[in-house]
Write a protein that binds this ligand. Structure first.
Ligand code: FE2
Length: 321
């Protein structure tokens, strides 16, 4: 499984600022001033090649595909995703830049479609439309049955291969949260809302015994990790739920760090399009009652388009069987 985030992949040079209003106008100004020099297509293309070379079984994208949530940007993002992997091999969770304005969600849903893996018929009366299909939920089977051997007994596929299902199977339960929502000028905060939190709690309790539970979201899930204007507003309530999760993947900070929240190991990954573009690769090896996890952080080499291993970690997760 590979984790990427904060692609900011669109070019706003053909968008006339006179044609856009409100917060989007300021976002366009920010892109012209700084962001277009920071998030470069060449970096993103190098990352795309490196990810394809790694032949991942599944890819998690934790938001901020675009800059100001324009429908035209989200159409470009959908094409970029399609060139990387089909929806059956990828889960996307939106970020604050994807849901930049009130009309952004309709474009997200329309263009990103199956990549969101929205849960059908979830949501409460009065709940915002952009929270209704979340958490998304994909079950990934650890591919022991795809672990084949030739006559000499050597393997041609490693353990840890993943295959996506929409019903629960023994393996990895992946939950995608939507923390993005339109915010006032100057704010890049997020919010889950009580309905989405309650559904996450229920889904994790329904997970098969022995499953590795992975939560993906854009914003940092703990208070104090990001400054207030970029924080997840209901992080405290989420933190209590993460006692039932094993791994958490997020973006938003444009940095690659790992830290803990109770028993859950949290991994943030940097932007996919900056000079220090990065992605994380996870390999999972199930054993009785535990899953052995190997994590590699791959970082773009400053003097070229290749990616090198910036950090490695190996740890064991008790899945309670
Ligand atoms: Fe963000």
């Amino acid at each position: 499984m590979i984790h990427i985030s904060d692609l900011h992949l669109t070019d706003l040079s053909t968008v006339r600022p006179q044609k856009i209003r409100g917060k989007r106008r300021l976002g366009h100004f920010s892109w012209r001033g700084r962001r277009r020099y920071r998030h470069l297509p060449a970096h993103l293309e190098a990352l795309r090649r490196a990810v394809l070379d790694a032949q991942p079984d599944f890819i998690v994208v934790t938001g901020d595909l675009v800059h100001i949530g324009l429908p035209s940007e989200l159409a470009v993002a959908a094409n970029w995703l399609a060139a990387l992997a089909p929806p059956g091999k990828m889960l996307v969770t939106p970020g604050n830049h994807d849901l930049y304005a009130e009309d952004s969600w309709a474009a997200c849903e329309g263009h990103l479609g199956d990549y969101l893996h929205l849960s059908p018929s979830s949501g409460e009366a009065g709940e915002a439309p952009f929270r209704r299909g979340f958490p998304s939920h994909v079950s990934l089977q650890l591919g022991a049955e795809r672990h084949t051997a030739d006559a000499k007994g050597t393997t041609d596929r490693p353990l840890g291969c993943l295959q996506a299902f929409h019903e629960s199977v023994d393996g990895i339960e992946l939950y995608g949260l939507n923390t993005g929502c339109p915010t006032p000028l100057g704010a890049a905060s997020g919010r889950l809302g009580s309905g989405q939190r309650h559904r996450l709690e229920r889904l994790m309790k329904q997970a098969p015994a022995g499953a590795l539970k992975v939560v993906a979201l854009h914003h940092a899930p703990m208070r104090g990790v990001m400054p207030g204007r970029k924080a997840l507003i209901d992080a405290d309530a989420l933190e209590a739920l993460l006692a039932d999760a094993h791994l958490v993947l997020h973006g938003h900070g444009h940095w690659s760090r790992s830290y803990r929240c109770g028993a859950a190991q949290i991994f943030a990954v940097g932007s996919a399009s900056t000079a220090d573009a990065a992605f994380r690769q996870f390999d999972f090896h199930p054993q009785e009652g535990t899953v052995q996890v190997r994590m590699g952080l791959h970082v773009r080499a400053v003097d070229g388009d290749g990616f090198g291993l910036g950090e490695e970690a190996a740890f064991s997760v008790s899945t309670g069987r």
